[in-house]
Design a protein around this ligand. Structure first.
Ligand SMILES: N[C@@H](CCC(=O)N[C@@H](CS)C(=O)NCC(=O)O)C(=O)O
Length: 230
């Protein structure tokens, strides 16, 4: 499959991945299922203007041998970029953004913007999302994420306490800026946006007005894939 946008970006080549895109040979397959973290990758691909092949979009994808071959824990999202498997939603979103430098979804490697992308991505995933994930694992009624007998629901109190500390940091950062970096929408906002939407789903967002406003701002974007929660 060939991509017009990737060819347009040919002058800005700086990595193996973007060189491939510049030659117009990037073929992207995304294993996804709408409510999962794969929403980050779909949104990034749409913002990047890249075509891709979607696989999955049904819970049966978890049972298939195909996903097991590509992801050691058989998880979503997983992507295959020019035949090479890549897992972890943030890694996939970052690689996609690097394919289309002209879209300015991410700072170039070696820049301070890129260092801030790495900082906020790590912070969001390790200092905030981990507590939300633990909460889902330990309260999953159908035992799909973790067998009921292994769950420790009491951990949720501690998870909420830890999540609040980190959410407060991000809430105060977003008091004076519309987006995480340089006051400009970037892939870092796609990664974080999914986590904020998860915070909302758990009912833990109310005390953070700037996160609520940020989420509303992200939802006005044409390609936003974030689910709506009541
Ligand atoms: N850190 C990973 C998390 C991947 C993950 O846990 N995905 C979930 C769906 S959102 C999954 O595949 N769960 C199935 C399972 O845990 O077996 C990422 O960001 O991609």
């Amino acid at each position: 499959m060939r991509f017009r946008q990737a060819r347009i970006d040919s002058l800005a080549a700086h990595s193996d991945l973007s060189n491939r895109a510049n030659l117009g040979v990037t073929h992207i397959v995304l294993y996804e299922l709408a409510p999962t973290r794969s929403a980050r990758c779909r949104w990034t691909l749409l913002e990047a203007g890249l075509e891709f092949e979607s696989r999955g979009n049904s819970s049966e994808v978890f049972d298939g041998e195909e996903l097991r071959q590509l992801h050691p824990l058989r998880k979503l999202p997983t992507a295959v970029i020019d035949g090479k498997p890549l897992f972890e939603s943030a890694a996939i979103c970052t690689a996609i953004s690097d394919l289309v430098p002209k879209r300015r979804l991410i700072g170039q490697p070696g820049t301070w913007e890129r260092a801030l992308h790495d900082q906020w991505t790590s912070f969001v995933l390790t200092e905030l999302e981990s507590w939300l994930w633990s909460t889902d694992l330990n309260t999953d009624e159908n035992g799909f994420l973790m067998p009921r007998e292994d769950q420790v629901p009491a951990i949720v109190v501690q998870n909420q306490k830890m999540a609040r500390r980190s959410a407060a940091v991000l809430d105060s950062h977003l008091e004076h800026t519309d987006f995480l970096i340089e006051n400009r929408f970037m892939v870092t906002d796609i990664i974080f946006g999914y986590t904020v939407s998860w915070l909302e789903e758990l009912g833990w967002i109310h005390e953070f007005p700037h996160l609520t406003a940020y989420l509303n701002r992200l939802r006005t974007r044409e390609h936003c894939t974030l689910p709506l929660h009541s």
